[in-house]
Ligand binder design. Structure first.
Ligand code: C5P
Length: 401
């Protein structure tokens, strides 16, 4: 479902001037946004601005043959994963409640089967009028979600409730509304970030990893209603909403945390960059260079860390286990070898030699490598988009059992 396709329906209130900002906020959160305007909305916001910020054709007129030729109104209603009405005027709410379809926006709202979120904006007296409140009650009963309105100074000069919610608040509500909670009752264990293997009291050998991919995966699982445990190595990222986080540093600590959570988990995704080696001896104090006579070099002896993924895959049961493979060359061949050696259900491979994907950046270009030999190459996507694609595949795999 990600990136989600959001149809922004704009009706004719002064708050429509915030629509371009709302489009930009939604696009920053990786949604694809198309706009549809009522004739009255056009008096407040220009279709050209909306086209520029959305990068998509704007629809205005139900009976315009050119517009209909590009995407017809039923096609538009079907296209949307979510219809967001912002601002929603008292008039449009009344039309929705009555089931009227006398222009493009009201027709699409009647035709769509996508979830609908409305962000009302109007004068305080119009808002509190029993007619408006009764219409809202009807819409809520039908599953329409409502965000706002806020209180404050209104464009009409009155003070009170009626301001459209801030675009950032609407965007959060849009992200949460209508995501099917497909993973309710499922425990998902995710590892993320690099591990740090201590050399002495202050130094360590680490693996490079921002943790962004694993955190996006944990976030997506939580969005789908899963109970999520995130075993996080070295990263400065904030904990995603609704996720239980266990912080670790070394590979051995990560192994212990994973094994402690493994029995309860149905899906395990190992996105962490685990250091393959650790210093065999760890000095409890800081090693001082003066202790090394005559500028002598320091030799660190490293031992192999246990391979957590291989270990858990060996006692997989009916869990779904996904590994990652960050490779600098021969990505596919290395991923296939890793899949058979580790014995997991899927390897997500990425080419770390690309500068636009992988480490530190917000996007990733990955291959899904399956035990059947099938390989899926995904386009360059924001990491949350990759996470959503991953869960779509995992859910299908588990359904097919
Ligand atoms: O062998 P390599 O480190 O390239 O494998 C990557 C995958 O294996 C990742 O999913 C990583 O989390 C996991 N792994 C592990 N334990 C290790 C090394 C890697 O679980 N010691």
């Amino acid at each position: 479902m990600d990136p989600r396709r959001i149809l922004l329906a704009i009706s004719g209130g002064i708050a429509a001037y915030k629509a371009p900002e709302l489009v930009r906020t939604l696009r920053r959160a990786d949604h694809v946004v198309r706009c549809a305007l009522t004739p009255e909305a056009e008096r407040f916001v220009s279709p050209l601005s909306l086209q520029a910020v959305s990068g998509e054709t704007v629809r205005r007129d139900l009976f315009d043959a050119g517009e209909e030729g590009e995407i017809d109104h039923i096609g538009l209603a079907d296209w949307a994963d979510l219809v967001l009405v912002a601002p929603a005027t008292a008039n449009l709410l009344a039309k929705m409640a009555a089931g009227l379809a006398d222009d493009l926006v009201s027709t699409v709202l009647l035709a769509t089967r996508a979830p609908i979120l409305v962000a009302p904006a109007m004068n305080v007296n119009m808002w509190s009028h029993p007619a408006t409140q009764a219409n809202l009650a009807v819409l809520r009963d039908r599953g329409v979600a409502v965000v706002g309105p806020d209180s404050g100074e209104l464009a009409c000069g009155w003070e009170g409730i009626g301001r459209m919610s801030d675009p950032s608040v609407i965007a959060v509500a849009a992200a949460a509304h209508g995501v099917p909670p497909t993973l309710i009752g499922t425990r998902v264990l995710v590892t993320a970030g690099g591990t740090a293997e201590p050399i002495d009291a202050v130094r360590s050998v680490t693996n490079r990893s921002s943790g962004k991919m694993g955190f996006a995966i944990a976030n997506e699982a939580a969005r789908r209603g899963a109970e999520v445990v995130l075993v996080a190595g070295v990263t400065s990222l904030p904990t995603p909403f609704g996720v239980r986080r266990v912080d670790v540093r070394s590979a051995l600590e990560m192994r212990a945390a994973v094994l402690a959570e493994f029995d309860e988990a149905s899906i395990v995704i190992k996105a962490a960059a685990v250091a393959d080696f650790r210093p065999i001896e760890v000095s409890g104090r800081k090693i001082k260079k003066e202790e090394l006579a005559g500028g002598a070099s320091l030799t660190l002896e490293l031992v192999q860390n246990p391979d957590i993924l291989q270990e858990i895959s060996a006692r997989k049961g009916d869990r779904t286990i996904v590994g990652f493979a960050a490779e600098s060359h021969d990505v596919l061949a290395a991923a296939k070898r890793k899949l058979s050696r580790k014995g997991c259900d899927l390897i997500v491979a990425n080419d770390i030699s690309r500068s636009d994907a992988g480490f530190d950046v917000d996007e990733n270009a990955v291959l899904f490598v399956w035990p059947s030999g099938e390989v899926e190459e995904l386009p360059l996507l924001p990491k949350p988009g990759v996470a959503a694609q991953l869960f779509d595949r995992i859910e299908k795999l588990r359904e097919g059992r």
